[in-house]
Ligand binder design. Sequence first.
Ligand code: GLY
Length: 326
Amino acid sequence: MKSMIKRRNFIKGSVLGAISATTPIVSRASGLFEVNKRSSRKPIAVATWDNRRATRAAIDVILKGGSALDAVEAGARVPEADPEDMSVGYGGLPDRDGIVTLDACIMDEFGKAGSVTFLQHIKHPISVARKVLEETPHVMISGEGALEFAVSQGFEKENLLTDEARKAWEKWVEDNDYRPINHDTIGILAIDEKGKMCGACSTSGLAFKMHGRVGDSPVIGAGMYVDNEVGGACATGDGELMLETLGSFLIVELMRQGIKPDEACKMAVDRIMKKYPELKKGGAQVGYAALNIKGEFGGFSIDKGYSIAVSDKDQDRLIVPDHYLG
Ligand code: GLY
């Protein structure tokens, strides 16, 4: 990895708001084993961070007869449309030039994928990614081409820079104050009534990134990966770390060997920490979420503060997985 410190010389961070909790946070440390059980009956949806509104939306789609692909798309659209979620879609923090650029990918139960990178002006990049999957012979479309494609598919061009995001960027320009970055990228995995799993991932990327920078989220195997023989995994955090270790693919391959989701996520974080020992000093975050095809799920992160949302027919839960530091 090129030094994160070097990267921090031009990337400044911000602390982003989380969606307020509506049900109790459940921690492994709480000892509430039954509540904290790491498996659920299908249908089930698992997402990075407190994206319970997204996992609930995904389950609702499935309960109304939708597929896992419909479900993960609907789930990702929740934070994409939310101006208060400043890491995804509309209201996302812009790059260092003040321009909002979005990345997203989606993967179906056959392992087919669609992805958009460096997309501007479109509120729902996940839906454009699905169009790439379904309407083109390609996997990934970028920048101007992605925008042209989106418009040709009927998506409306919109201004995605909210007043709040613009003010945050203006303050960043003024402050020139380097702070740790908090990412709330949504990665979401769902298994439908037929037992099919699909995944999606959507982000506005690192706050105040270089113009043109693309992170892990739209890269199949880095930000998200699904294989219906095994399960799926998705990621949030400093995308360069997942890009250089292909963490989501790694987790799925570890689960293929029979390793449980929690442990597989831990092993993917261990891989990062072994590769970049300087991260033991802190300052970086990666959080993984994984779901195997049996409905067992788990997560792990480098640092504290990470959580995963889990919904099934009966309940929405927020679970705090273990972390490497501290
Ligand atoms: N994980 C989101 C990004 O680094 O862009």
